[in-house]
Design a protein around this ligand. Structure first.
Ligand code: HAM
Length: 450
């Protein structure tokens, strides 16, 4: 196929037929985050390369192998964001949010770019929903963001996720651990790949991420960081576990989670699913108590997580989760002749101004073709306007599901539409045998049970 009609490998279009699913997921995550006090923030899709080199870490797979980096026409090295956190921290510092009352709670939905081998659930352009909570060292915050992620999964109807947690300590305990790793890997240095031999010197923890078969086999027997925690980190981790238990959030401790990004300290966690193949991590995050400082700010203990929205979608589809039905037009206007088209234009604008989704045929096709089109769109009502309807200012509004027709005055169309559609909705409720609580229309609450 010609390149111009082929999407770049590892990218995916979201088509109109499924867009309501993405919109539903995005609206849900942002809304739930707000319930926890998170306000959305939007940052550019590209940043200076150095931000990721310093923030994510220049010995990580993400920075060494996966970034989309290029020089812009002004000679700056630019990188498409491979993840959301570094850009949020940059903005937090640059825009003075760091001088506001802490904690600052931020959420985002953003495209991310990683040059990875594409497979189900792994894309080169994907979307993350994430939250970042700046300025708290309390273990309550760790548990609150885990609860936030759990609530999202619950509200989206996602089941059977397992939560795995670990603590990877602070710089104090990390020094001892890195020493232990160096000793361990040095003994098998000759078997490591070139990248990992370099990592042995610069950052031996990153050898644990290597996907090469030999390195990962060696890494599977390496010392685990949880055995090297200082008293402070041990206590923090114990509290996180206590609070999770108090909130009935199930978890297991997986001492092997180290996360592939350099900024993490103390608590790290992942939500995993068995329903979407090899790319099982749906959501992951943890603390990064030193990142703000490392990027030039004050000491600001912080934490966050991100979930891959394509993976959330895959999971919901695999589990048969329910999505709200896609929106259909309230009204389709079929027209015959120029005068009718002008009238239809006027009515459709009035309808839209009142919040009714209205579509009219732009191609002036035969009535039959217009009706077929209306059927395809699934419009709730349709109306046909021709010369005689314009002349008499009257037309027939047809309910597409019952076939019922009601005369409507074209001069007061929107009012008429409102009355007819409301009375048909009430009639539908009666047909379905449901009792309609009229007080709910007026919000008096008088008849509501306390
Ligand atoms: P991460 O584990 O690299 O963490 O990515 C978070 C999530 O993004 C993953 O769990 C996965 O659902 C999704 N994801 C990652 N790579 C891909 C891909 N190639 N295709 C599809 N989905 C993918 C971070 O990015 C951290 N910034 C999370 C964080 C926020 N930590 C603290 N705050």
């Amino acid at each position: 196929m010609a390149l111009v009609t082929k999407a770049v490998k590892g990218t995916k279009d979201a088509l109109p037929a499924e867009i309501h699913k993405y919109q539903y997921i995005e609206a849900t995550v942002i809304d739930i985050a707000e319930k926890y006090g998170y306000k959305e923030m939007r940052t550019p899709v590209f940043e200076h390369t150095e931000l990721f080199q310093r923030g994510v870490g220049d010995t990580t797979d993400v920075v060494q192998k996966e970034m989309y980096t290029f020089d812009d026409k002004g000679g700056r090295s630019i990188t498409l964001k491979p993840e959301g956190t570094a850009g949020e921290v940059r903005s937090f510092l640059e825009n003075g949010l760091c001088n506001e009352t802490m904690p600052q709670k931020i959420s985002y939905v953003t495209p991310c770019y990683r040059y990875e081998k594409p497979q189900a659930g792994r894309l080169r352009e994907f979307h993350q929903f994430g939250v970042e909570c700046f300025g708290t060292q309390s273990p309550v915050a760790d548990v609150e963001i885990i609860a936030l992620a759990s609530r999202i999964f619950e509200n989206l109807g996602i089941k059977d996720l397992s939560l795995e947690i670990n603590s990877i300590g602070c710089p104090k305990c990390r020094a001892k651990y890195l020493q232990a790793l160096r000793e361990y890997f040095s003994a098998r240095q000759d078997e490591l790949c070139n990248t990992c031999r370099d990592r042995l010197e610069r950052n031996p923890m990153r050898i644990l991420d290597c996907k090469g078969p030999i390195c990962s086999e060696i890494a599977s027997h390496a010392p685990v960081v949880i055995d090297y925690l200082c008293d402070d980190c041990k206590e923090h981790f114990a509290k996180v576990q206590d609070y999770l238990k108090a909130m009935n959030i199930e978890f297991t401790i997986n001492p092997k989670i180290v996360r592939g990004l350099d900024y993490y300290t103390k608590t790290v966690f992942e939500f995993l699913s068995g329903s979407i193949g090899a790319q099982s991590a749906v959501c992951a995050g943890g603390r990064y108590d030193r990142l703000v400082e490392e990027l030039g700010g004050q000491h600001t203990p912080s934490l966050g997580f991100a979930m891959g929205l394509e993976r959330v979608m895959l999971l919901m589809e695999a589990q048969g989760s329910e999505f709200p039905a896609p929106q259909v037009p309230d009204l389709f206007i079929a027209t015959l002749g120029d005068k009718a088209l002008v009238k239809a234009l006027e009515i459709s604008e009035d309808m839209r101004a009142e919040g009714f989704a209205t579509v009219l045929d732009l191609n002036q096709r035969s009535l039959r073709a217009q009706m077929k089109y209306a059927d395809k769109l699934g419009a709730t009502f349709n109306v046909v306007i021709g010369d005689s309807e314009v002349e008499n200012s009257k037309a027939k509004l047809k309910n597409m599901s019952t076939g019922e027709e009601t005369e409507i005055d074209l001069t007061t169309f929107v009012n008429g539409f409102y009355n007819i559609s409301l009375s048909q909705q009430l009639a539908d409720l009666e047909i379905n045998g449901e009792e309609f609580d009229f007080s709910s229309l007026f919000g008096t609450g008088e008849n509501k049970e306390q």
